[in-house]
Write a protein that binds this ligand. Sequence first.
Ligand code: GUN
Ligand code: FE
Length: 426
Amino acid sequence: MTHNTFALKGTICFSADAQRINIHENSWLVCEDGICAGVFSELPKKYSGIPCRDTGDCLIIPGLTDLHLHAPQYTYRGTGMDLELLDWLNTYTFPEESKYRDLTYAREAYSIFMNDLKKSATTRASVFATIHVEATELLMDLLEETGLKTYVGKVNMDRNGSSALQETSAGASAGDTRRWLEEIRGKYRNTKPILTPRFTPSCTDELMTELSRIQKEYRLPVQSHLSENPGEIAWVQELCPNTRFYGEAYDQFGLFGGKSCPTIMAHCVYSTEEEIALMKTRGVYIAHCPQSNTNIASGIAPVRRYLEEGLHMGLGSDIAGGSSLSILRAMTDAVQVSKLRWRLVDDTCKPLSLEEVFYMATLGGGSFFGKVGSFEKDYEFDAVILDDQNLPHPQKISSRDRLERLIYLADDRNIVGKYAAGRKLF
Ligand code: GUN
Ligand code: FE
């Protein structure tokens, strides 16, 4: 035991697996040096006298992971919901992201984003920035201060952008990426770089070749978009006539998973059998973004199928395709769209359960960050304290039902405490 040992006391909930949630009422959760030492119904003797935060009747859950979001798009969330992906990008996204060339604007906008992320139930996130090196570093500086654990990517795009938002060549894009990686080398504890080709239509083969070299040199993880929208998929087929399916457009450059290239692909609404098989072989993480898929009318991803295949999967807010930063909300949305898919598309795929979406938001997505998303011994200590006193009920309800109600009904008022890797954020 070290001096950096403490306990939280309350009703402790975490996934056993995708089908079961362990619930320990009136129990202690012990943290030693940022690592979970276990859940105890009686505090073991060796811990007697350690500092304890007694949360009373609160629920304590693992910190949530947002596997996919765009920080610069936080400004226009909840607006511009009248278009599909490609027109939406050209009309709203690219003009907004071009503003981050201006560091004064970037500081103001990213500060708002950072403050809201801090208050949320999210402790881990994989974040797209923009093509701009300075603004990306500014975002990393701000996130580092929050204590949240994040991956941040400077975006690469050397084609099909706009005059205001596009890098001038593959060489310029790769050069800026290398400069960014050198400038942040060794600078942060909580904030790590992730290679971020926006999506295939934004990146020439020449750029993908450069990014493949950079990925190997710096041993970086990768994040991008995959099979989100029918128009996008048809466009990728035109741009890459040599590929059999979209995922191959990344895979041919070694940017699609595998042991030395952990990869997150957002959406996967229309992945073909071959694409699904390759994601499974390569261990690609799918970021399921149900609210975005609804808002910009992309469709409903076959999540039941992915769970049955045992694919790695987490939830993403996909701000600003998704309008809410809340991963509690993403859990609700995932359940709801799965019901529509079951009713309207394929009645052999039963809807997602609360247990399954809770798993995706915690262990499922968290595992991209290592031993994260559980209160089993040896997991990094990410915890969120949820208070449901403002949601009174005339009867005593079960802890499982309280958890479900909080997932459906909670807002920032219910999130009363948060720890990331053992550090108290509030
Ligand atoms: N595909 C390429 N860029 C984007 C983006 O910013 N948001 C979403 N949802 N899809 C994309
Ligand atoms: Fe996205």
